[in-house]
Design a protein around this ligand. Structure first.
Ligand code: AMP
Length: 192
């Protein structure tokens, strides 16, 4: 299988990666992979994964590598793929680089949804009532932020160095973030 274009959503917990991914995928006719949702499915029968998600911890890379490869190879052929929640650390960025080679990806664009912690905290508290995610408890949210700061945020610099990264102000209504993403990906003369 070949993946022509790859869009990677990076941002802190609650920054709107899922919302934006689900808006973009049908519009561009791309496949969409939410690593968090995929892992929540696996957690139904895999207690090790469930424990780590419920604690707000990042699942070890050896398990992620297998799941990512299986999930991508099960996808229907499409013009592109949107990745939400993968890679989550530098080791996974190397797994991603292997996939870029394996699937002969032409264009890679990282989108960094920049939202201050104070705003995302408010969003996650609201979501707690609506979506009932076990990991939206205040203490678990703190762990997820720690994981993000220590492991995921360094990807911003990594992407700037190795790929292309577009910074988006994620601290605005979802439809405005969506419009800004569209504008930026087309303006960056990235033929998607
Ligand atoms: P999310 O839905 O993106 O907020 O992810 C929810 C949880 O799934 C995270 O807190 C992690 O426990 C786990 N998770 C999601 N993506 C990854 C990944 N790429 N690597 C390891 N763990 C992940």
């Amino acid at each position: 299988m070949k993946i022509k274009n790859l869009i990677i959503l990076i941002g802190p917990p609650g920054s709107g990666k899922g919302t934006q991914g689900k808006l973009l995928a049908p519009l561009l006719n791309y496949n969409y992979l939410s690593m968090g949702s995929t892992l929540r499915e696996h957690a139904k029968w895999d207690s090790k994964i469930k424990k780590m998600i419920d604690a707000g911890k990042i699942i070890p890379d050896d398990m992620i590598r297998k799941i990512v490869n299986e999930t991508i190879s099960d996808m229907p052929q499409a013009k592109g793929l949107i990745l939400d929640g993968f890679p989550r650390d530098i080791a996974q960025a190397i797994v991603l680089d292997e996939a870029i080679f394996k699937y002969k990806v032409d264009k890679v664009v990282g989108i960094f949804l920049d939202v201050p912690k104070s705003s995302v905290m408010g969003r996650l508290k609201k979501r707690k009532g609506k979506e009932a995610r076990a990991d939206d408890h205040p203490e678990v949210i703190e762990t997820r932020f720690l994981e993000y700061d220590q492991k995921t945020h360094p990807l911003v610099a990594y992407f700037e160095k190795h790929h292309k990264l577009v910074h988006i102000n994620g601290d605005q209504p979802a439809e405005d973030v969506h419009a800004e993403i569209l504008k930026r990906i087309f303006h960056a003369s990235i033929r998607l």
